[in-house]
Design a protein around this ligand. Structure first.
Ligand SMILES: *Cc1c(COP(=O)(O)O)cnc(C)c1O
Length: 411
């Protein structure tokens, strides 16, 4: 038996996993044959696995600069990347704080928001969230995410938040609920996944709702934190999901696609207002947060190469073409009574299997996963929700393979 304890893996029931031996483009080579990576290795791969430009940047940087302390030192990869991120981010985000995963990027955002209000001499500390959200697996991020089977054991450690109903349709109920909360004067921040709730089941809502929530934040001086860890770097059809609503958050979290899916790295971007509240001759206002591998130069170089790819290639056209290919395949399943609720946001396409028992523990998920894997496709249904979230380099034939595997499943 292996010594490895795998994540989100039930060692009592699941067969030993295939062994990955290589990765290239949209495929992972394994000891059991190639697998089409139809979920971008849990949403991190953007252009494709082993993108030569990114690999080369890593090689080059590793030859000259490895991890160096980032408190009181700086380096070119981090400086250049921060400049690029500020230039590409929604307006007003001027400062870049590095960490190493989506969860830590969100924890940093939360601490920035609370620190901001404390330094402003305002006691606000309540956090508003949207139900069914996911922001990570640390205690703080779990507190803000949906409670359920994943985290019931840790409930005693979690802090209370104010939950808004998921914004279906025009989101009127969500907006009204948030207006009432925000008017209380106790809300420090609203944190949300813009347009698509990923782990919550690829639930999608309209850009107008995002704009409406921003307007309420403005009216009542509530900070908006956009968790773009999954939605960033083109996943929803634009660089940032916020771009689709013309919304600029006060704080933005990015990770997953930041290095194209090659190295772990995260960044939390903040406005000047939040930065300035921490900049003071009073040393108590210092932002006391760091992780050992903050701004790892090799990871920053990988991210810079990813940014260069983004700028050099006609990404918008590529994303639109991929979105259209996904739409065609969803449409082909439209009349199929085994599926319901087909939906798409940019490159992400999802539908739900019609089953008597839904929910995350629905046994249909593992069965679907095994079924498509036997056909050379890697998918991980979320309960009875099946989604395809591919690297941008996939071909139509790759998508046919993925959706064909889904369509051949017997519920
Ligand atoms: C994956 C994810 C996170 C957590 O990122 P990790 O790198 O796994 O810690 C946070 N927020 C969202 C929206 C995510 O999809």
């Amino acid at each position: 038996m292996s010594a490895v304890w795998h994540p989100f893996f039930q060692h009592a029931t699941e067969p030993a996993p295939p062994r990955a031996t290589g990765s290239e483009g949209a495929y992972i080579q394994t000891d059991r044959g190639p697998l089409l990576d139809a979920i971008s290795s849990w949403w991190v791969v953007t252009h494709g696995h082993n993108q030569p430009e990114i690999v080369e940047a890593i090689r080059e940087t590793a030859g000259t600069l490895d991890q160096v302390i980032f408190a009181g030192l700086t380096h070119a990869p981090a400086e250049e990347l921060a400049e690029a991120l500020v230039a590409m981010a929604p307006a007003g985000l001027k400062h870049v704080f590095y960490s190493d995963s989506g969860s830590t990027a969100v924890e940093v955002a939360l601490k920035m928001a609370l620190g901001y209000w404390r330094h402003e001499g305002d006691g606000r500390h309540r956090i508003a969230v949207i139900e069914d959200s996911y922001h990570g697996d640390t205690i703080g991020t779990m507190s803000m995410g949906e409670r359920g089977v994943f985290n019931a054991a840790y409930d005693p450690l979690m802090f209370a938040v104010d939950r808004l109903p998921f914004p279906s349709g025009d989101g009127a109920g969500t907006l009204a609920a948030f207006e009432a909360l925000a008017a209380s004067g106790r809300m420090a921040a609203l944190i949300l996944e813009p347009l698509v709730l990923g782990a919550g089941g690829m639930r999608m809502y309209a850009p107008s709702v995002l704009a409406g929530l921003r307007a309420i934040c403005d009216r009542h001086d509530v900070l908006m934190i956009a968790d773009e860890v999954m939605t960033g770097w083109g996943r929803t059809g634009r660089l940032w999901a916020c771009d689709q609503a013309g919304v600029a958050p006060d704080i933005l979290c990015t990770s997953k696609g930041l290095t194209g899916g090659v190295m772990p790295l995260a960044a939390t971007l903040a406005t000047a207002r939040i930065f300035e509240a921490h900049r003071s001759v009073d040393r108590r206002r210092t932002f006391y947060h760091s992780s050992s591998y903050t701004a790892n130069p090799i990871a920053c170089a990988a991210a810079l190469a990813q940014v260069r790819l983004w700028r050099a290639s006609p990404m918008q056209a590529r994303l639109e073409a991929l979105g259209a290919m996904q739409a065609e395949r969803l449409a082909a399943l439209a009349g199929d009574t085994r599926f319901t609720n087909p939906r798409r946001c940019g490159t992400i396409a999802a539908l739900d299997l019609v089953v008597p028992e839904g929910g995350y523990l629905s046994e249909v998920g593992p069965r679907m996963r095994a079924h498509v894997m036997a056909k050379g496709v890697l998918l991980r249904p979320l309960g009875n929700t099946v989604y395809v979230l591919p690297p941008y380099g996939v071909t139509g034939a790759d998508l046919d393979l993925a959706w064909g595997a889904v369509a051949s499943f017997e519920v």
